[in-house]
Design a protein around this ligand. Sequence first.
Ligand SMILES: NC(=O)c1ccc[n+]([C@@H]2O[C@H](COP(=O)([O-])OP(=O)(O)OC[C@H]3O[C@@H](n4cnc5c(N)ncnc54)[C@H](O)[C@@H]3O)[C@@H](O)[C@H]2O)c1
Length: 325
Amino acid sequence: MKNILLTGALGQLGSELSAALRSQYGVTNVVATDVRQQESSGGAGTGPFYQLDSRDGRLLAEIIRKHRIDTIFHLAALLSAVAERDPQRAWEINMSGLYTVLEVAREEGCAVFTPSSIAAFGPTTLKDFTPQDTLQRPTSIYGVTKVAGELLCDYYYHRFGVDTRGVRYPGIISNVTMPGGGTTDYAVEIYYAAVTEGRYKCFLKGDTYLAMMYMPDAVKAAIDLMEADPARLRHRNSFNVSAMSFCPEDQAAYIRRYLPAFELTYEIDPVRQALANTWPNSLEDYAARVEWDWKPSFDLEGMTVDMLTVLTERLATNPAGRGGT
Ligand SMILES: NC(=O)c1ccc[n+]([C@@H]2O[C@H](COP(=O)([O-])OP(=O)(O)OC[C@H]3O[C@@H](n4cnc5c(N)ncnc54)[C@H](O)[C@@H]3O)[C@@H](O)[C@H]2O)c1
């Protein structure tokens, strides 16, 4: 990778991935784009930025030629809970956006990273240690777009030779940019609430286990996969990547080790609970470990210590500082 472009760069993942890419590959070699305008203190930080709807192939191709882009991280998407509120729009943004990016990548000779998700599995998939290659019959529109996206990326690789790669992310926990409307958002909000209020009202049931990952590992997975030797890759656009599995009660127990008075109560959101009920508790990720040496650094304990430390320091100096965007 020499010159990189991100779509959806102001989101939860994009804001931290763009910063990591800029420190590794050079600020001017990483072009951030998003459908939203960047605020002056925006999460993507300093460096080239364009306001771009990922469905606008003409402008995307123009930016790619101007900056001699060779690799696209396509992160623009509507997440599970937002998508379920407007399935037609979710299909349009998630699928037309991906198709446009793949077409431009084909014409301009770019590699493409596209994240899939644990939402690409469904109620008929094995929930514990969900295998790499298994049944995928998701029942949410978000999951449908993720499976279709995996297949479309595979197609562009086999049919046109576009270097497409991707991982199935679990729920991502982070402290720079707040999550954008997914089912695992509770696992981020709980740390902010613990530090600021000492209590949290959770929208998923206390025993809902889900696969999760801390942001530094999510960033590392994206970069390592795109740098991996293509000769070793038997899979392309659907690597399971696992880091940890927990439920809200587990997370609260770890928080109480450091904040003993922390209280967890519940107000269940039936839509997000229904989504979570169909997703894996944990993932088997042998293919990622063998084909590109995937190995996460954070477990629930390490992540909890880091989240509470970072948030306590930040919110002590700036009580309104919930995040970059
Ligand atoms: N965050 C997670 O827990 C998680 C888990 C699994 C997979 N993923 C995947 O990772 C990717 C990034 O997710 P995220 O958490 O950063 O999402 P997010 O909602 O935080 O950010 C998405 C960004 O895309 C932008 N966007 C929306 N529509 C757009 C359009 N038409 N054109 C250009 N930009 C547009 C939004 O403004 C936003 O900044 C997505 O593909 C998501 O499905 C995320």
